[in-house]
Design a protein around this ligand. Structure first.
Ligand SMILES: Nc1nc2c(c(=O)[nH]1)N[C@H]1C(S)=C(S)[C@@H](COP(=O)(O)O)O[C@H]1N2
Ligand SMILES: [Mo]
Length: 213
């Protein structure tokens, strides 16, 4: 069994055991730190072990599916998009949280305005260069604090953290924030992603402790 299979088996066991669950809920308006989390100062790296090198020449981002105007960017086209700055917290299901991360990126709402989802569009599936997938509801993606980010703390996002471009959805556990983003599929039906099929919760709200499905 290789490292990747071992990781998947371990996480499926965590899900069966309900590991790390405190059994409490919290209100994100009042409790900045979700239940069962602890603060870290560094930024741990977590993925399936295959960190693709996405060079500017190789970079493509497609946004398609249940939209009126599907779009495909190469690196130069992507760099011409309007960039916003934001500050947000990160919460990982493996129990670490990191406050006040400074990001630069393209607002999810701006991208959605360009592609114009049709009325039956309800879900978003992210596809990455390493084969990873993860899914959210359209409303979870279409939120003011959601960005495709390319800078963290004033420097380009490193390859190990999913650069050049990754998703950032601060109010969901970090496995929903796809690294090495390749495609955003807008869909009428939900399609559980990699960890959602391997024991993690479909909704992933840290304040509700939605760790396992
Ligand atoms: N493409 C891709 N994105 C991914 C993953 C992955 O394996 N591949 N792992 C997810 C998981 S499980 C976590 S916890 C976060 C970790 O992001 P980080 O390594 O930048 O902390 O990325 C998420 N996004
Ligand atoms: Mo994770």
């Amino acid at each position: 069994m290789d490292e990747r299979d071992k990781l998947i088996k371990a996480k499926q066991q965590w899900a069966r055991d309900g590991r790390l669950l405190t059994g409490t809920h919290a209100d994100p308006e009042q409790d900045r730190l979700p239940p069962g989390q602890r603060l870290v100062r560094d930024w741990p790296v977590l993925d399936l072990g295959n960190q693709p090198e996405v060079t500017p020449a190789r970079f493509r981002l497609d946004i398609d599916g249940a939209v009126r105007r599907p779009i495909s960017f190469n690196w130069a086209e992507y760099c011409a998009l309007p960039v916003s700055e934001s500050v947000s917290d990160m919460h990982c299901v493996t129990q670490w949280s990191r406050y006040d991360n400074r990001w630069k990126g393209v607002a999810a709402s701006a991208l959605l305005a360009m592609v114009e989802p049709i009325s039956s569009a309800k879900h978003v599936i992210f596809h990455s260069y390493d084969g990873y997938t993860t899914n959210v509801r359209l409303g979870q993606f279409d939120a003011p604090d959601v960005f495709l980010v390319h800078e963290w703390e004033g420097a380009p996002i490193t390859r190990q953290h999913g650069g050049p471009v990754r998703v950032l959805i601060p109010r969901l556990y970090l496995w929903k924030s796809a690294k090495w983003l390749r495609r955003i599929e807008i869909a009428g039906v939900d399609k559980p992603g990699f960890w959602e099929r391997n024991g993690y919760h479909n909704n992933a709200d840290p304040w509700m402790e939605e760790r396992y499905g």
